[in-house]
Design a protein around this ligand. Sequence first.
Ligand code: ADP
Length: 170
Amino acid sequence: MTRLDPMVAIYPGSFDPVTVGHEDIARRALRFADQVVVAVAHTPTQAKRSYFSLEERLEMLEEVFADDERIECTSFDGLLVDFARSRESRFVIRGLRAVSDFEYEFQMAQMNRELWNEFETMFLVPNVDFSFLSASLVREVARLGGDISSFVSPSVLRRFQAQGLEGEGL
Ligand code: ADP
């Protein structure tokens, strides 16, 4: 890569579903990257069971980022470093909310560095308003009938409504 090549950054995750916290991180990454590839992992990390199907998660991401052509949404199978290589990128973006995220993220970053020495992990801190937000908490609040409208985009909200999770304010 020369300095003139566009800088492509991969933002991988489960996005189950995409929240305003994820959105904040992807848009922040565009302050230094020319293109951000938001990539839904086929194989969930930390053996998580997914709530929305891969197709649904990808559709929601595409709806959320439809306004910015510099953000591409896709999915990938296998190792992140292999996917990154296939996209000619050696940068991965991850979000750090709190110290609790750090240990796992640090291990992943080191492992990816072992797998590919050129690979760089870049951690971004979200707007403080989103530092408590996680996709699993959003699912939990929705399941219990709470209002999630300030945590997710209207299109994600509609998915929950379609599933009959129409809590107060939904
Ligand atoms: P994964 O299963 O890979 O952790 P997630 O979809 O849960 O995937 O998260 C993807 C990335 O986004 C992770 O780096 C996570 O720390 C980050 N992230 C999730 N929610 C937020 C948030 N509210 N603010 C900032 N970063 C976040």
